[in-house]
Design a protein around this ligand. Structure first.
Ligand code: FRU
Length: 481
């Protein structure tokens, strides 16, 4: 295999490390840099890849273009951690240096087999005429750091266009399975299922999808079981907005159902969005040693105002979400920050029984840019209740209409924009703020809003407003790593 350790592979790795060195100071001085989220050292980060627990460490790889703040020939960058909170930047895992991945080592996943780490990813190739080719490739490591490319294990089957990518692998009853995001020749989105006994030879089984059409391409599928159901998580493209739903250019969401492994048939319910904010895409899960189903998402969306991000001036763009745990209640996924995140907490400020009635108030020392804020709603006979963060970010629960809203300044700074969801009752808000990002967990993860926010740097005030009466307890921690 003409992969790792070739002259060209070395060259482009050195190029990437040079880019880090060259822009390090500028990147690190950017006031919008986050404090406890994973970000690219330079350039562009997108999807989480290869999320896995291996030999005592969590590994998270990511789509990375070190050479520009635009999409391009992606590398796999790599972080590792003992506790999901403190992360170490590891050496580059994969570089787009081979004939079968020269235009990008695209998204994929990791599994552990015989003490080795197996990475599956999509080799993205453009031929001389600019046409797309796709190869599902394997790379293996003995230590989780150095990977040896084994080349393609799956070629494009008939019936699909070259939009065929993002392999996610798992084990079930002594066999390996893989889902791949695909576009049929009729240009509808779907997911394809493969099976293998040895991780090298793969058998095409079937496509898993609705009879009816749902978008033109499904990216980054992830199939896993949770509480006896099989969840298919994926990111469809080409879905039209529908009321409060599907308001971003591309979505991420899931089906809850049951996969019949014998018949290779997946029966499932309706599509639900996983996150209701402005910036969330391509989530990937793993099962850890504690039996938790964990997820990272990309805090961004492809093509969604990427050129307007102010961090571009400082040679970087995008970040991962905080790590979260997925739980299933009924047929709905709940997302909760992983327990380990409490280790970031310092300097608790708390207020009990704060009563508001047709007024707006600030609480001393409830302010900041890198913090966790918990608001327990004790009583509300209000019309609405709002939390303002900085100048332009506002969270509102409209009790009369049972609507929850996040308002932010648009990335280009020109207007205020909103995302909404229906919510019957607001009992608890848990907000993670990190300079230019916000993650809002409503009622223990029933709904989550993930967004970047580029607000006035100086303004770190937080205030509360109630129309009618609201009584809350407020807790705030500074978060630092
Ligand atoms: C999703 C995606 C994947 C692809 C990768 C390329 O954001 O388009 O489908 O593998 O990004 O970076």
């Amino acid at each position: 295999i003409d992969g790792i350790h070739t002259k060209y592979d070395k060259e482009i790795r050195i190029g990437a490390y040079d880019a880090i060195k060259q822009y390090k100071d500028i990147v690190n001085q950017d006031p919008y840099r986050l404090h406890y989220h994973l970000m690219p050292p330079v350039g562009l980060l997108n999807d989480p890849n290869g999320f896995v627990y291996y030999k005592g460490l969590y590994h998270l790889f990511y789509q990375w273009n070190p050479f520009a703040t635009e999409h391009g020939a992606k590398f796999w960058g790599h972080f590792s951690s003992r506790d999901l909170v403190r992360w170490k930047e590891e050496q580059i895992a994969l570089a787009p240096s081979s004939s079968f991945d020269k235009n990008g080592c695209y998204s994929g996943s990791a599994v552990v087999h015989d003490d080795q780490l197996y990475l599956f990813y999509t080799g993205n190739v453009r031929d001389e005429a600019g046409n797309r080719e796709t190869y599902q490739c394997l790379a293996i490591s003995e230590d989780g750091v150095d990977f040896v490319k084994k080349g393609p294990v799956i070629e494009l089957p008939s019936g699909y266009t070259a939009h065929f990518r993002d392999p996610k692998v798992w084990k079930q009853d002594d066999k390996w399975y893989m889902v791949i995001g695909a576009q049929t020749e009729k240009e509808t989105g779907t997911v394809v299922l493969y099976r293998s006994t040895d991780l090298c030879n793969w058998q095409y089984l079937s496509l898993i999808s609705d009879e009816q059409e749902f978008g033109y391409m499904w990216e980054c599928p992830d199939l896993f079981s949770l509480q006896n159901k099989d969840i298919l998580l994926f990111s469809p493209q080409g879905i039209e907005p529908d009321g409060y739903r599907y308001n971003n250019i591309y979505q991420s969401g899931y089906f809850v159902g049951k996969l019949d492994y014998q018949e290779a048939y997946y029966e499932h319910g309706a599509f639900k969005e996983l996150d209701r904010g402005f910036d969330f895409y391509a989530p990937q899960t793993t099962l850890d040693e504690k039996g938790r189903r964990l997820v990272f998402g990309w805090m961004g969306v492809p093509e969604e105002n990427e050129q307007d991000h102010p961090t571009i001036e400082s040679y970087w763009i995008h970040a991962m979400t905080i790590p979260r745990q997925l739980l299933l209640r009924g047929d709905k996924l709940y997302q909760q920050p992983v327990d380990e995140l409490v280790n970031l907490r310092t300097e608790l400020i708390e207020y009990r029984h704060v009563t508001m009635e047709d007024n707006q108030l600030e609480l001393q020392k409830i302010s900041g840019k890198s913090l966790e804020l918990v608001v327990e709603v004790k009583e509300h006979t209000n019309k609405y209740f709002s939390v303002f963060l900085g100048k332009t970010t506002r969270i509102t629960f409209d009790q009369e209409n049972k609507v929850f809203t996040l308002e932010r300044k648009s990335i280009n700074g020109e207007e205020l924009e909103t995302r909404h969801c229906h919510l019957n009752k607001l009992s608890r808000l848990r907000i993670f703020l990190d300079t230019s990002s916000i993650e809002i967990f409503i009622n223990d993860g029933e709904e989550v809003f993930t967004s970047r926010i580029f607000d006035d740097q100086e303004n770190d005030t937080i205030s509360f407003q109630s129309k009618g009466k609201t009584i809350v307890d407020v807790y705030k921690w500074k978060l630092s790593n």
